[in-house]
Design a protein around this ligand. Structure first.
Ligand code: SAM
Ligand code: TMP
Ligand code: ZN
Length: 406
């Protein structure tokens, strides 16, 4: 267990404990449940630099491998978001004579495929070989390695300096921060930028989105903690922009000190975090109380519906569903199965809670009375797709920011 901050070695204070949990994307076949891996999912905050982080850590090789289940291109919303991201980088940062971009955690190429189509030099660094193959099939150049100082030095010597180092929903997964940032330092051109967009501690606490807490998310960034981390490693935080992905994230831009003028948004968000007391233990304690409340309300609702003979099925099996079902003790007795469009999750069980994952076609065969929406961040897309469910009297159960039926 970590008692000291991974960034600054300050003291960590625990603020939430979500119990014994498996790896969030460790979907398994029904015959593979013996000896399933569990660890204690608890998060703490550094009393010095305010970085929120997990107290116990799952080794990265156990999280990212040839059977990694998360496919970034799984939703139309994400495909559009990352295409727009790529186009924006092409217009703003990748405008020189022979620009070069490196993406840490390119997954199935959801972002870099647009860069590749534009004929711009790029390299994805992606240790999960199965998703790296999908990216290659889209014309993306990929190095199947974990990004660290050593990998970065190799890239620099083979390809030269990068104008942009990009990461999305990946930088907060990397526990070896010092090696990561030394690697970015070695790789980045003098005027280059390190851009990354990650889950936001402010959204997690404001919306009681505790299901964002799982083994892969080692850090829960805030503008305050990212600025401290950047400065410690010789970078300056020059922009911070709220984006809607995964319920509300922040896109951070780091540059070399003095290379860019920091935006007003950085100052504004820092002030907002201070006013909110985002990193205060008292506020985090209130967050923990709300998390417990959601658990009580959700379990009570599901038990009541079962007692009334109603059928409830789950919709979406994101990593988030592992946290919620294991924390709340929701098993197949309360939710007999969950539908998910990701082929590699179908036929498997949600880790720990062992809800069977079926293809989306199972949803209407026949429709349940209620659908528990685990993929709540895709609510608009999913509810539009499944309009007929509601028209026939079906109702959605949401648990973020509180338990309710819509
Ligand atoms: N960027 C995509 C997105 O935003 O949807 C994918 C995010 S996915 C949640 C995280 C990805 O980071 C996985 O594909 C994983 O294999 C990769 N990853 C984890 N640790 C890494 C590391 N040290 N270097 C490079 N990639 C890493
Ligand atoms: P994410 O929130 O981490 O992006 O994961 C969303 C999960 O929900 C992913 O496993 C795919 C699934 N999903 C569906 O099953 N149907 C859908 O229409 C959408 C948008 C997502
Ligand atoms: Zn710290």
């Amino acid at each position: 267990m970590y008692r000291r901050c991974r960034v600054c070695e300050g003291e960590l204070r625990e603020f939430v404990d979500l119990g014994r949990q498996p790896t969030a994307n460790g979907f398994l076949r029904p015959e593979e449940t013996d000896g399933e891996y569990f660890f204690r999912l608890a998060a703490g905050i550094c009393t010095d630099c305010a970085m929120a982080q997990l107290l116990d850590e799952v080794p990265q090789e156990r999280r990212y491998h040839g059977g990694y289940r998360y496919h970034a291109s799984g939703s139309a919303g994400h495909r559009k978001h990352f295409e727009e991201n790529a186009l924006r980088l092409l217009e703003t940062e990748l405008t020189g004579p022979d620009p070069f971009i490196v993406e840490i955690g390119c997954n199935d190429g959801v972002m870099l495929s647009t860069i590749a189509r534009a004929g711009v030099r790029h390299l994805g660094v992606e240790p999960s070989t199965n998703v790296a193959e999908l990216a290659r099939a889209r014309g993306v150049d990929v190095l199947t390695e974990f990004f660290d100082e050593r990998t970065a030095a190799g890239i620099r010597s083979r390809h030269g300096a990068a104008d942009v180092v990009f990461g999305a929903n990946t930088i907060c997964h990397i526990a070896h921060v010092a090696s990561l940032l030394r690697g970015v330092d070695a790789l980045l051109a003098p005027g280059g930028v390190f851009v990354f967009e990650e889950p936001y501690l402010g959204t997690i606490t404001e919306r009681t989105a505790f299901d964002q807490i799982y083994d892969e998310h080692v850090f829960y960034f805030s503008v305050t903690s990212v600025r401290a981390m950047a400065e410690r490693h010789g970078f300056e935080l020059v922009d911070a922009e709220r984006i809607p992905l995964h319920g509300g994230e922040i896109r951070y831009t780091l540059a070399r000190p003095g290379a860019r003028v920091p935006s007003h948004a950085v100052r504004e968000l820092l002030a907002e975090e201070r006013e909110r007391g985002l990193s205060d233990l008292a506020a985090l304690g209130r967050f923990r109380d709300r998390v417990e409340r959601v658990r009580k309300d959700l379990v009570t609702l599901l038990r009541d519906l079962r007692a009334q003979g109603k059928r409830v099925v789950g919709y979406g099996a994101p990593g988030k569903s592992t946290t919620v079902t294991n924390y709340c003790g929701i098993g197949p007795d309360l939710v007999p199965f969950v539908c998910d469009s990701t082929p590699s999750k179908q036929g498997h069980l949600v880790p720990g809670s062992h809800l069977p994952v079926l293809p989306p076609e199972a949803f209407s065969d026949p429709y349940p009375d209620y659908a528990l929406l685990f993929a709540w961040n895709h609510a608009d897309e999913i509810m539009a797709k499944e309009r007929a469910f509601r028209q026939r009297g079906g109702r959605w159960i949401l648990y973020v920011p509180e338990v309710r039926i819509v």
